[in-house]
Design a protein around this ligand. Structure first.
Ligand code: ARG
Ligand code: ZN
Length: 894
């Protein structure tokens, strides 16, 4: 297979400027006719050349130029373009009015890009380059224009007809058809185009903006799911209010529509005025959705809403700038969730995800800067790096400038660039100019792949009463790269646990500044030393507080110092971090001993210090259980082991077989060592929870802690825990509890889970999102039947290759969670996944490209796994048809 890469350095501004676009769709499942009337002219300073319009999988019917039918000699059509010859244009008078008629087959579109059908409903997905599968156009984000969309379809089958903007008219036509005309007054790039048609129920509400605009809010879904849309609507209203309060940004159309569809490649899409969502991020009620699901709905609804300013009003010049809108919008949704629920807990959740998934991506063959330099398939760059690391980089500005300075930068960014397609440099310059700060060094964060390491050595000189903090930064993926601007939030606590003020030494060192009451030390050089004088000898340093930069801090703290901060640090993030580091260090050392044959898995025992700290936390949680001012989710996360993904990150090569024995053995041992306390925590928290489900930080936190305790108690093997979990399942209070009991049983007592899993299937067979869980738990935790158990899931009548959620729930959960089967010694787990990727590639390349990712880390493993994984990849490389999977597998084999 041969596929060309596109490069950032080759960027050229558009030759033509589009003044207006009118689209007319005559919808029919296998043959939809699209009439595209576009009015364009040469852009400023451009000279006439061939006109290149993007288009793929289109059947061209006719082209008119200024009302003249073109002959086939006037243009040429390739697999990817319609090219109107310069000579043809030279004979016409500008502006050019083009009327292009094409035909497409939405029913055959299983790639779910362009116009397709989901459960008999038409919908579109155009980002990044899907519009070219709908009609010939300049499919690039820096060509903006106004749209008028006419949708025509059979009225009985497709009673609802939607497109971007405002509804201008809706009329009945002969032959049982009807038509709707929509006009979007805001200029937009074609990736924000959307069309929806089908049978829907609609939940409506209203919002009055700070500017006094009355906005109609509508959520469309399958009629039977209407009752599950309330949480999404509340989240939307909260987002609209929050963006006005925090950033002074109001909505700009009279209508805001959200449509839920079952078949969707990603989470959701911010099309102007008409978001299309994976129903997973719309539908939620207590019975069918867990707390995590509901938090996902709230965050994604907010995310897509926030895109209206960061993405739509100000968009990207080209796809290399994707992080301009995604990093910024993720940052905004993180801040929103922090304000809605618990800020420290949100930070912990985000850092956990970053470390267990983004760090791995950044260390592997797909590593790329948040502003990539090239791509073969753009869809492969909707990554944790562009999104989550991108959000961390945006957060750096706020850390450096404070909330007010950041807001000033945002205001200037909108003032300068509203209505434009811009670059990450424009964003940085707005931050720079609004604050009168030189932020040139921030550029390097956009250009380097890899997670930077910051090594710290701390010494005390008693004669001078001076602390020396030696910092050294380096990026293993980019050893020669320029040093980065890295803000290290820091504090120190004395032997009694009192915060020690850095104020006395601040004048000495310009790199030590105070931002919003927090001390920030700015690293700008490869090596740098902070000298703090007149300070007592018993200080313990708290560094990188609140995870102030996306780096790996390499700082060998003593367990005693970690314990001290776990107790006294005033930053809840770092208190959590200290407990996690104690656990991680202990886990690593047990894996190492085991690997050196000094232990067998029976002998895995948590260290005394670990047991002590967890005991303290559990005792506190039990004693304080009636208090309502405690962040219970914080306890839940502090009492959880570091994710196995993060533990894997710590090894090179990864002793996977050992790790997969030690990790669960460690979980079991922790369960046993503290069984009574887990049990009491479970009961005391259960007693505090009302039987009615409530969505707020208190209740969510209590459920999280309670279910973490249940899990650990189940791991201990105590029969009473099994009984408690079964009873929790039987109560059917809400999905959070049902899910926790089933997952815990499946992991630790698979045989006992079986009748409950059957019961679960009976209850939920007709609810796809819930059934996804049933598939995911078996694929992720089922061990007894081995690989054939997972294979059987694919043969289940409810399995579907064309529904991405279902595919992810089996293939994704298998490779992410069922590590014992995925890494089984004969390599059959790798082969099985590769076989499924190949099969999926013919149906949905975008999703196939995601599913192959667990295999690409092969170089990190020991020789046997390396050879097995590489063999599987090489084999896949010769067979694969899509450039999506091709790009990833090629990079993995480079
Ligand atoms: N812009 C969307 C979001 O982050 C993601 C769309 C990505 N879709 C895709 N096929 N690559 O909200
Ligand atoms: Zn986004």
């Amino acid at each position: 297979m041969h596929a060309e890469a596109k490069w950032l350095k080759d960027y050229q501004p558009p030759v033509f400027e589009v003044m207006d676009l009118k689209l007319r769709f005559e919808l029919a499942p296998t043959s939809t006719v699209v009439t595209n009337s576009l009015c364009c002219q040469l852009a400023n300073g451009q000279v006439l050349s061939d006109m290149l319009l993007d288009g793929e999988c289109l059947t061209l019917v006719s082209i008119r130029l200024n009302d003249q039918l073109l002959a086939s000699s006037d243009y040429r059509v390739t697999d990817t373009q319609l090219i109107i010859h310069q000579a043809t244009l030279a004979q016409a008078v500008a502006p050019y009015q083009l009327d292009i008629v094409t035909e497409i087959n939405p029913q055959a579109n299983t790639a779910l890009e362009g116009l397709y059908l989901s459960s008999g409903r038409f919908c579109t997905q155009c980002e990044a380059e899907g519009f070219r599968k709908i009609t010939y156009f300049f499919d690039r984000p820096d060509v903006l224009t106004t749209y008028q969309t006419t949708v025509i379809a059979d009225k009985a089958k497709y009673p609802t007809l939607l497109a971007n903007g405002n509804l201008v008219s809706q009329t009945d036509l002969p032959d049982g058809r009807h038509q709707a005309v929509w006009v979007d007054p805001h200029k937009k790039p074609c990736y924000l185009f959307a069309l929806v048609a089908g049978e829907f129920g609609c939940l409506t509400d209203h919002y009055t903006t700070a500017e006094g605009r009355e906005v109609l809010l509508e959520i469309y879904t399958e009629p039977r799911h209407l009752a599950k849309c309330r949480h999404a609507m509340d989240s939307l209203i909260a987002s609209m209010k929050w963006d006005e309060q925090r950033f002074g940004l109001s909505y700009d159309l009279d209508r805001y529509m959200i449509v839920a569809v079952d078949d969707f490649n990603m989470g959701a899409m911010e099309n102007k005025g008409l978001n299309v969502f994976n129903s997973k991020f719309v539908l939620a009620d207590a019975d069918s959705a867990t707390d995590i699901d509901s938090e996902g709905v709230e965050a994604v609804i907010a995310h897509e809403y926030f895109h209206n300013w960061t993405g739509n009003r100000v968009t990207c010049r080209d796809w290399f700038q994707l992080t301009l809108k995604e990093g910024l919008t993720v940052f905004r949704d993180q801040e929103f969730t922090a304000d809605m629920l618990s800020a420290p807990v949100k930070r912990i959740e985000d850092v956990r995800r970053l470390r267990s998934h983004q760090f791995a991506e950044d260390a592997g063959p797909m590593a790329h800067p948040i502003q990539p330099q090239s791509y073969i398939e753009m869809n492969n760059f909707y990554t944790l790096t562009v999104y989550e690391k991108g959000a961390e980089v945006v957060r750096l500005y706020q850390t450096l400038l404070g909330r007010d300075g950041f807001r000033k930068g945002m205001d200037l960014y909108f003032q300068r660039h509203d209505g434009q397609a811009v670059t990450v440099d424009d964003f940085r310059l707005a931050m720079t100019d609004a604050n009168g700060r030189n932020l040139t060094q921030m550029q390097a964060w956009y250009q380097q792949a890899g997670t930077p390491k910051v090594a710290v050595k701390i010494t005390y000189q008693p004669e001078q009463q001076a602390w020396l903090l030696d910092f050294e930064q380096h990026n293993p993926k980019a050893p020669k790269a320029d040093p980065l601007l890295i803000p290290i939030k820091l504090a120190a606590f004395d032997g009694q646990g009192r915060a020690w003020s850095l104020a006395t030494c601040a004048n000495d060192d310009a790199a030590l500044t105070q931002v919003a009451g927090e001390w920030v030390y700015l690293l700008t050089e490869a090596t740098q030393t902070l000298r703090v004088t007149g300070a007592p000898a018993d200080l313990v340093w708290s560094l990188l507080r609140d995870f102030s930069a996306p780096v790996i801090l390499d700082y060998a703290m003593t367990p005693a110092d970690r314990l001290h901060l776990a107790k006294f640090d005033t930053d809840p993030f770092n208190r959590w971090e200290m407990v996690q580091q104690l656990l991680l260090a202990d886990l690593i050392s047990q894996v190492q001993q085991h690997e050196a044959h000094q232990l067998d898995s029976q002998q895995v025992r948590p260290a005394e210090a670990v047991v002590t700290v967890l005991k303290t936390l559990l005792t506190e949680a039990i004693t304080d259980s009636t208090r309502t001012d405690v962040d219970w989710a914080w306890y839940g996360y502090a009492l959880s082991l570091p994710d196995i993904g993060y533990v894997i990150e710590q090894f090179e090569p990864v002793p996977i077989a050992t790790l997969l024995q030690v990790y669960p053995a460690y979980q079991r041992a922790l369960g046993v060592a503290l069984a009574d306390l887990w049990q009491q925590t479970y009961h005391t928290q259960t007693a505090q929870l009302s039987t009615d489900y409530a969505y707020n930080a208190q209740a969510i936190g209590r459920r999280l802690l309670k279910n973490r305790a249940l899990q650990a108690w189940l791991a201990s093997g105590d029969a009473a825990a099994v009984t408690a979990a079964q009873a929790q399942y039987q109560r059917q209070a809400h999905m959070t509890d049902v899910s926790a009991s089933l997952q815990g049983l499946m992991q630790w007592h698979e045989a006992e889970s079986e009748p409950l899993m059957q019961d679960f299937y009976q209850r939920w067979a007709d609810q796809p999102l819930v059934l996804d869980k049933w598939f995911a738990w078996q694929a992720g935790y089922g061990k007894v039947q081995g690989l054939s158990g997972v294979q059987r899931l694919l043969e289940h009548p409810a399995f579907s290759w064309t529904n991405p959620n279902r595919v992810r729930s089996v293939l994704g959960s298998f490779a992410r969670l069922n590590l014992a089967l995925f890494h089984q010694t004969d390599g059959a787990g790798y082969q099985w996944l590769a076989d499924q990727v190949l099969r999926l590639d013919a149906i949905n390349p975008q999703v196939a490209a995601r599913m192959v990712v667990p295999l690409i880390q092969w170089r990190r493993y020991q020789p046997q796994q390396q050879a097995q994984m590489r063999q599987v990849l090489q084999d896949l490389h010769t067979k694969i048809a899509s450039k999506d999977v091709f790009e990833i597998v090629s990079k993995a084999l480079e």
